[in-house]
Design a protein around this ligand. Structure first.
Ligand SMILES: Nc1ncnc2c1ncn2[C@@H]1O[C@H](COP(=O)(O)OP(=O)(O)OP(=O)(O)O)[C@@H](O)[C@H]1O
Ligand SMILES: [Mg+2]
Length: 374
């Protein structure tokens, strides 16, 4: 009796949660893991592609790496996956340093920027390929393939060849193929970049729902700030091989750590105007004509000479220059369609920003600084 009890206890600790249906069993056996980077560096010749990155994901998090072309996003992902050896620093997965582990041993799946399916293989064989390479028991393969295909709604396409699929369907095959090994971390390098705008929006939505369902820690690379804002639990903004800011979409948008982040996130970008030794920033949607702001708020008032107007349906964008002590500096105002006040080009108006919406940045270091007297 004593013996049975202790062996039960042992089984309980080591066996995965037992659930009745096959798809759920697969889902439940996903390992969750955090990714941590410590002072990670990688140079190519004298180009510092990644120049000292520290990062810690949360378990099950959807983390987005956002930054302009060439800022080191792909290099960073490739180091996490083990395809690139860092010059310095450490990569930890699930709390363990994996620098010396080959990609296969890291329990990571990566979908590359330019993913390629095997053209002569059916969808089924494409998805099954990593399992075969891993020598998974043959009898278990069909069930795993059907499960992965089911997650992306491509179960009915298993008999087709890649050329018989749409771009969006191919993309989903690539995602299913990456996921079939049940990775503990999912690395996605601009996986939607080959899709047109509409497909991209729906694929983004699917991907997010899917990630929420399986809860696998995901690092998603994009240079599209709209995509980053929509997808990320948190966003890592990179520039020139370094991290400029890590935060929730809201923090990144409303409390940018420096003037680079302020300009990179948001469309049109934040207005930045020169003052003595600092930059004053305000978002286009906070720059409004008289009478639109909250009553009693502290305001900065500036004359605004409107040069050009763009009607975008939901908004009007006004391009122009400031007057007064900001003479000649270019800014953009964004008026929602609910603001119906008549505005004509080549005309000057009194515009206002609530003081609480003003951001201050050091002109040399670009870093956010505390408010200055105006
Ligand atoms: N194998 C390589 N050899 C030499 N330089 C490289 C190599 N791979 C990347 N680089 C350089 O390192 C820098 C970072 O490249 P990386 O591919 O990581 O950028 P990225 O942020 O992914 O850009 P994109 O958004 O265009 O994909 C770039 O300056 C790039 O030219
Ligand atoms: Mg890249």
């Amino acid at each position: 009796m004593q013996k049975t009890q202790s062996s039960d206890a042992k089984d309980f600790k080591t066996s995965p949660i037992s659930v009745p249906s096959a798809p759920l069993r697969c889902v439940f056996s996903f390992y969750m893991a955090t990714v941590e980077l410590r002072e990670l560096k990688k140079s190519y010749g004298n180009i510092a592609a990644v120049n000292g990155v520290d990062l810690l994901t949360r378990d099950g998090e959807f983390l987005v790496l956002l930054g302009p072309s060439g800022c080191g996003k792909t290099t960073l992902l490739r180091m996490i996956a083990g395809f690139e050896t860092p010059n310095a620093g450490e990569v930890l997965i699930g709390g363990e340093v994996v620098n010396e582990l080959p990609p296969r041993a890291r329990k990571i799946a990566m979908v590359f920027q330019s993913y390629a399916l095997y053209p002569h293989m059916t969808v089924f064989k494409n998805i099954a390929f990593p399992l075969k390479a891993q020598r998974v028991n043959k009898a278990a393969i069909p069930q795993k393939v059907e499960w992965a295909a089911g997650l992306f709604g491509i179960g009915h396409l298993l008999g087709r060849k890649p050329r018989e699929l749409s771009g969006g369907e191919r993309q989903r095959v690539a995602l299913a193929r990456a996921l079939v090994r049940e990775p503990s971390v999912f690395l996605l390098d601009e996986p939607l970049s080959n899709l047109d705008a509409q497909l991209r929006a729906s694929a983004r939505d699917e991907l997010q729902q899917f990630q929420r369902r399986i809860g696998t820690t995901t690092i998603y690379v994009t240079h599209d700030q709209v995509e980053a804002m929509g997808l990320g639990d948190r966003i890592v903004v990179m520039r020139g091989g370094t991290v400029r800011q890590i935060g929730t979409p809201k923090e990144i948008y409303h409390e940018p750590a420096d003037s680079f982040v302020a300009r990179f996130v948001g469309s049109p970008p934040m207005n930045l105007v020169q003052r003595d030794g600092y930059l004053l920033g305000f978002r286009p949607e906070h720059f409004l004509p008289k009478g639109v702001q909250n009553d009693g708020a502290q305001m900065l008032g500036v004359p605004f000479l409107v040069a050009r107007i763009e009607y975008l349906g939901a908004d009007r964008l006004l391009y122009g220059t400031l007057g007064g002590s900001f003479e000649g500096q270019k800014v953009i105002a964004r008026l929602p369609s609910t603001v119906t006040v008549n505005i004509e080009p080549q005309t000057s108006y009194d515009f206002f920003v609530e003081q609480k919406e003003l951001k201050f940045f050091d002109s040399t270091t670009e870093l956010r600084i505390s408010s200055r007297p105006l």
